[in-house]
Design a binder for this molecule. Sequence first.
Ligand code: G6P
Length: 474
Amino acid sequence: MNSVLVASNRGPVSFTVSEDGELTMKRGGGGLVSGLSGVAKEHGVVWVCAALSDGDRIAVRRAPGGRLDHAGYATGALRMLDIPPATFHRAYNAVANSTLWFVNHLLYDTPNAPSFGTRFAREWESYRDYNGAFALALAEEAGPHARVMVQDYHLTLTPAMLRAERPDLRVAHFSHTPWAPPEYFSLLPDEVAREVLEGILGADHAGFLTDRWARAFMDCCESVLGARVDRRLRTVVHEGRATRIGVHSLGVDGHALWERACEPDVESHMAALRQQVGDRRLIVRIDRTELSKNIVRGLMAYGEFLAAHPEWHGRVVHLAFAYPSRHDLPEYREYTASVQRWAKEIEDEYATEDWDPLILNVNDDYPRSLAAYRMADVLLVNPIRDGMNLVAKEGPILSPRCALVLSREAGAAAELGPHALMVNPYDVTGTAAALHRALVMPEDERRRRGERLREAATALPPDRWLAAQLDALG
Ligand code: G6P
């Protein structure tokens, strides 16, 4: 029977369906997936995820017991859940992405949102059902005393539900997001706030990317639940049960990343980009078009930098890759439009016949992103708040002389901070000044800092990150 299981909303693969009903499988997106895919296959882990697209649903329905590997796909052991679309939509879009994500990233414009009325009550009910479907599937797939690793804010209730079903299992939950301080977490209706915390405390081990998010979680347990918290030992005792709190700061497999970034498709993107920008310096950013990534203030900062430093006109280009994300949510569509408006302002103001100060790209293209990393002189990572931010870790691996401008609110700041140029993400003028400092940084300082950044970025690659959590479960 299966002894290690992973559960996450997004799985390692996704399917698209053509008009003639043909299914095509591709690798799933997102930081969590890139971190886990390789290791999960190697360790014979059973992965449980949700069907996200029409193609996924068709694939699941054709697979015996929802096991795509049993239907002959080379996915590793994978069970996909065909959760009714309306339930999925409410759980994923309304609760996970519009509520829990907003709370933990402090994204609300509080005079206007959130408001929790009867509509939310129905959405919350769907979130419970969706978490219940995962708990049930895990209970079915897990062998006796198996170890189960539940991932992220989509699945906060699953650990407690699974424990009720299968007390023999050892369960871990891992949050890939930040955690909100109690006064902000308490925007949630009281019973919802309790349920989220008690759901995670159903696990034996609750993991976070940095000490800061782990402490915020413990603060919430203390103030919302009245739980007994020992910050030194990192334990939370609630209703007679203890949950250990762990900090595992996910890093990058530098070797694998380098190998991928040296493939011919990346090289040809590099040649094309070089053609486009000539020998100008490059400021690069690579993000999902995500509210928390703070792309608009990044563009404002670049605008201020150009205004303050005419000597750089014609000598620098900002490559901003902002890939589509969560377009079912109106806030994200508006945000994308706002990114495009700001980009246009910069072009209108500064572009000349032979100089494009900004290249904004909104289409997902992994090899082109790797090419941009390799060519970067400066990497801008300025999120409002971020669980970790793997871009900040990948960049220095692929561009050894690249200076990193990093938000102090990214989880990665805990490890990379001393070797990066740190910014307050709300301080546009400060960010503009940091861009300038990064551009004029002497070559030996770039290389020295780059080496330190690379060491920190590769300290805990995904396989060791996973192993550390399994160890923590005993
Ligand atoms: C964050 C979350 C991941 C998620 C990713 C992409 O990194 O922590 O769990 O997979 O965003 O978001 P999406 O909604 O596209 O899955």
